[in-house]
Write a protein that binds this ligand. Structure first.
Ligand code: ADP
Ligand code: ASP
Ligand code: MG
Length: 417
C-alpha cells in the first residue's frame, strides 16, 4: 500500500467547520487505498496571536520559551483533527513533532531537521491507523522542544514523506498551486503546472509563501514529488498538474524564461562601508582590517541567532539582508550592534525585495536591464540589485512593492505570453 503525506495549512484548519472538511478529505484518501499521514498547521492566525502575546510580556522573548509557546498552536489542531476523523469512523491518532521522531538541531525558533525516526508512525500505519502530526516542530538531541521557522509545517510534511518513502507529499492550502505571482496581488497571475525544485526554492526564498524554501530543499534532496493543491480540490488524479502544481525534477525551460515574480516586504538591510570602517577608531573594530571587521559583524549575528541572506563582502563594503520573519528580538539586535560597532553598522528599514525567478535567467544581462528600466520608468528608485543563476532581486522602497510586482509581472510574464 502506498503512503501519502498531506499537509493542511492554517487557513484550512481555521475553524471547526474547516477541520471537519479536512477530516472528510483525509477519509477519502484513506478509502482510496492509501496509508495516510496528515501534517497540520496551527488554526488560522494562532501562531501570530501567540507571538503577539509573547511580545506583550517581553520585547525580546527568550527563544526556548518561544518554542514552548509556539508548539502549542499545532498541538491544538492535531488533536481536533484526530477527533474529527474518529467522528467519521476513521481510526486516527495524533502525535507531536517530538513523538513523531523529528530530531532537529538546537537552534530554537528556526531549527533545522537533521533526522527523522518515524518508528512510531510506521507502527501505527501498520495497524491501519491514520496518523496526524503537529507540523512546524521537533525535538533537539538535548530533548528540547524546537520549532522550524515560519511556514515550517511544509518542512515537517516533506521530511516525513522522505522518511516514509511516500509516493508524494500534498501541500494543501487556500490557493490551488504555485502561481506566477501572489494571486492576491496580481489579478492576472497564472497557476504554474510544473516547477523544478530549484525554481520553487528560489520563489519561496524570494517571499512566495505558498511553499516553504527549506521544505523544497528536502524534497529535492530526496526526490520527493510535491503536489501543491487547494484543500477544496479533489484528490490528485492521473495528472495532478492539471488542477494544482507539481514540483519535481524537470527538464530546463528555454534559458532566460521568467517563471514567477515574488516579493518580500519585511526585511532589514544591514550595511557597513569603507568610511564607516575608517571612522571606527572610536570602536575596538578600528584595529581590524575590513574583512576581519565583516567577520566580526557576522559572528555577532550568529551569536544572536540572526540569519541573513544575500551577503556581500566586497572590498570594504558589507551588505546583508535580514528577513524579519524569524527575528523575534530585533530590539536586542539593534542594541548589541550599536554597543559593539557604534554607527559603523547601519540598518535600513524602508526597503523591500522584489525578485524574478527562472533557470538561466542571467545568461545575459538582458533581464536585469529590462527589469531595471521598467522599475526606473515607473518612478521606483533602485537601491540595490543582486543576481544568482536563478534569480534577479531589486531592493526598492517597501511602499512600492505591490505595484512593482504587478509591473514586473506585466513586463516579464504577461509580456512574454
Ligand atoms: P498555509 O497556511 O496553507 O501554509 P500560506 O499563507 O503560508 O498558507 O501560503 C498561501 C498563500 O501564499 C496564498 O494565500 C497566497 O496569497 C500566497 N502566495 C504568495 N505567493 C504566491 C504564489 N506565487 N503562488 C501562490 N500563492 C502565493
Ligand atoms: N504555524 C506556523 C506558522 O504560522 C507553521 C506553519 O503554518 O507552517 O508559521
Ligand atoms: Mg505556509
Amino acid at each position: 500500500m502506498s503512503t501519502v503525506v498531506q499537509k493542511y495549512g492554517g487557513s484550512s484548519v481555521a475553524d471547526v467547520t474547516r477541520i471537519k472538511l479536512v477530516a472528510d478529505r483525509v477519509m477519502r484518501t484513506k478509502r482510496a487505498g492509501h496509508d495516510v499521514v496528515v501534517v497540520v498547521s496551527a488554526m488560522g492566525d494562532t501562531t501570530d496571536d501567540l507571538l503577539g502575546l509573547a511580545k506583550q510580556v517581553s520585547p525580546n522573548p527568550d527563544r526556548r520559551e518561544l518554542d514552548m509557546l509556539l508548539t502549542a498552536g499545532e498541538r491544538i489542531s492535531m488533536a481536533l483533527l484526530s477527533m474529527a476523523i474518529r467522528e467519521l469512523g476513521g481510526d486516527a491518532i495524533s502525535f507531536t513533532g517530538s513523538q513523531s521522531g523529528i530530531i532537529t538541531n538546537d537552534r530554537h525558533v528556526d531549527a533545522r531537521i537533521i533526522e527523522v525516526r518515524p518508528v512510531r508512525i510506521q507502527d501505527e500505519l501498520a495497524h491501519g491507523r491514520i496518523v496526524v502530526i503537529a507540523g512546524y516542530q521537533g525535538v533537539s538531541y538535548r530533548r528540547e522542544v524546537t520549532t522550524l521557522g515560519r511556514g515550517g509545517s511544509d518542512t515537517t510534511a516533506v521530511a516525513m514523506a522522505a522518511a516514509l518513502g511516500a509516493e508524494y507529499c500534498e501541500i494543501c492550502s487556500d490557493v490551488d498551486g504555485v502561481y506566477t505571482a501572489d494571486p492576491r496581488v496580481v489579478a492576472d497571475a497564472q497557476r504554474i503546472g510544473t516547477l523544478s525544485y530549484e525554481e520553487t526554492q528560489e520563489l519561496a526564498e524570494s517571499g512566495a509563501r505558498v511553499l516553504n524554501a527549506q521544505a523544497v530543499e528536502f524534497a529535492k534532496e530526496k526526490g520527493i514529488a510535491i503536489y501543491a493543491r487547494a484543500t477544496s480540490s479533489p484528490l490528485p488524479g492521473a495528472d495532478p498538474s492539471a488542477d494544482g502544481t507539481v514540483v519535481r525534477r524537470h527538464a530546463p525551460r528555454q534559458p532566460g524564461t521568467v517563471v514567477g515574480v515574488a516579493s518580500e516586504r519585511d526585511v532589514l538591510v544591514l550595511s557597513a562601508e569603507r568610511e564607516g570602517f575608517s571612522r571606527a577608531e572610536r570602536t575596538p573594530a578600528a584595529t581590524r582590517s575590513a574583512e576581519a571587521f565583516a567577520l566580526q559583524v557576522l559572528a555577532l549575528l550568529d551569536e544572536h541567532k540572526v540569519a541573513g541572506k544575500q551577503l556581500h563582502v566586497i572590498g570594504d563594503q558589507l551588505t546583508l539582508v535580514v528577513s524579519r520573519e524569524n527575528l523575534h528580538a530585533e530590539a536586542r539586535l539593534r542594541e548589541v550592534l550599536a554597543a559593539s560597532f557604534g554607527g559603523t553598522v547601519r540598518i535600513a528599514d524602508t526597503l523591500g525585495a522584489i525578485s524574478v525567478v527562472g533557470a538561466g535567467i542571467n545568461a545575459s544581462f538582458d533581464n536585469v536591464r529590462r527589469g531595471s528600466a521598467a522599475l526606473t520608468e515607473s518612478g521606483a528608485a533602485i537601491e540595490g540589485i543582486a543576481t544568482s543563476s536563478f534569480r534577479i532581486t531589486w531592493m526598492i522602497d517597501r511602499a512600492r512593492l505591490d505595484d512593482a510586482v504587478r509591473l514586473l509581472h506585466a513586463t516579464f510574464i504577461e509580456g512574454a505570453a
